[in-house]
Design a protein around this ligand. Structure first.
Ligand code: FAD
Length: 385
């Protein structure tokens, strides 16, 4: 067992940390204020191989592994979880299904340009009436000759308003619950595909989120991911399993930022004639935060390592997301408490992390859904799913 990051990992971490400080931090205020993602960042990050360090080099990735990706994700989230959300929708959700199951043509047309930052991707599973119960989606893709005609509405889609393409889940055979779903790539500009509205969010405001509508949207049959009808549910599960590990790194990054801000504030803020860090209850809060962050990071790396070894991590990926997202809520609450009234003021950055991190028990499977997945896979029901 070796719990140390490799030399290569450390060099990578320093490079992405430096990039995040120099090239992302200065963009945050305006981006959050205007709820606009700074689009040029995709190109800049693509040039540096930062869009997805774990994809193979010949596909435009960094040739690294899941641990490398987690290092990147933590560093981005320490600076701006909103900007990180947009980048991750691209480097995870919108590219993983093509990378894992796409045709050569789809790799050339969508994956490689996405990893270079030339195209922006989105992933559309959720619908207005279908969230946790993903098998209840209503979107339909009906075969018509060499084409599919897509009808449906997708809700809360990260990068939806700015995407060049979206990977959409739709039923090819609605008679088979879950099993009859496929994923399709729909390009911006395809007649019948519109962004019906951009959504106004509480947090993660620099990621643009929207509702997408497909009305008799005709796409070539070659845009279906995979070579047979049905089987899309497994592709979605494969994407979410990877994404849930990434969430461990997202939560760790936000937790680290909250700790750093709180430790500094506790040294600076003077009450009763001394810095509040001198009060034991403040130090105890910081001590617990430090302990939890260490466990969050270590556990995330462990599950990322398992993923890199090709082990089955359906249960562990849910465990890492559930644990890190829930413990993050305690860390953020303590961080706000240490900041007192100033923490509640918009001019102090802790409020942004508090708003942003609140999302993490909800997206890519709520905490309740993670508990269901874990319970199904620990043998208490006598079966695994
Ligand atoms: C900012 C943002 C960005 C997003 N980005 C994307 C994206 O890019 N692509 C995409 O496809 N989706 C995206 N989503 C959707 C996200 O994944 C869903 O919000 C999430 O899956 C939960 O679905 P829901 O919001 O419909 O909640 P619901 O499913 O309606 O759940 C409401 C509550 O009921 C609970 N609940 C539901 N079912 C059960 C059950 N069986 N047992 C116990 N409790 C249950 C839930 O845990 C939750 O607490 C995004 C959402 C947000 C807010």
């Amino acid at each position: 067992m070796d719990f140390e990051l490799s030399e290569e990992n450390r060099i990578f971490r320093d490079a992405i940390r430096d990039f995040a400080q120099k090239e992302i931090a200065p963009l945050v205020d305006e981006s959050e204020e205007t709820q606009t993602f700074p689009r040029h960042l995709f190109k800049r990050m693509g040039e540096q191989g930062f869009l997805c360090p774990r994809y193979p080099v010949d596909m435009g990735g960094g040739g690294g592994d899941k641990i490398t990706e987690c290092i990147m994700v933590e560093e981005l989230n320490r600076v701006c979880p909103g900007i990180a959300a947009a980048v991750l929708a691209q480097s995870g959700l919108a590219t993983q299904p093509i990378y894992r199951f796409g045709s050569e043509e789809q790799v050339q047309q969508f994956l490689i340009p996405a990893l270079k930052g030339e195209k922006i991707g989105a992933f559309g599973l959720t619908e207005p009436d279908s969230g946790s119960d993903a098998a209840s989606i209503r979107a339909r893709a009906e075969r018509d000759g060499d084409s599919y005609v897509i009808n449906g509405t997708k809700m809360f889609i990260t990068n939806g308003p700015i995407c060049d393409y979206v990977v959409v889940a739709a039923y090819t055979d609605p008679s088979k619950r879950g099993e009859g779903i496929n994923l399709f790539i729909v390009e911006k500009g395809t007649p019948g595909f519109t962004v019906s509205r951009k959504l106004d969010k509480v947090g993660n405001r620099s990621a643009e989120t929207g509702e997408l509508v497909f009305e008799d949207c005709r796409i070539p049959g070659s845009r279906m991911i995979g070579d047979k009808e049905g089987g899309g549910f497994e592709q979605i599960a494969d994407t979410l399993i990877s994404g849930r590990i990434t969430y461990g790194a997202r939560c760790t990054g936000v937790a680290q930022a909250a700790y750093d801000l709180s430790a500094q504030y506790a040294k600076d803020r003077v009450q009763f004639g001394k810095p509040i860090v001198k009060f034991q209850n403040t130090r105890f809060k910081l001590a617990e935060m430090a302990m939890h962050i260490d466990v969050m990071r270590t556990y995330t790396y462990r599950v990322a390592w398992m993923y890199d070894q090709g082990k089955k991590v359906r249960k562990e990926s849910s465990m890492v997301k559930l644990f890190t997202a829930e413990i993050l809520q305690k860390i953020l609450a303590d961080a706000m408490q240490i900041h007192g009234g100033y923490g509640y003021m918009m001019e102090y950055p802790i409020q942004r992390f508090w708003r942003d991190g609140r999302l993490f028990t909800i997206t890519e499977g709520t905490s309740e859904i993670q508990r269901i997945v874990i319970a199904r896979n620990i043998g208490v029901l006598g079966r695994a799913m």
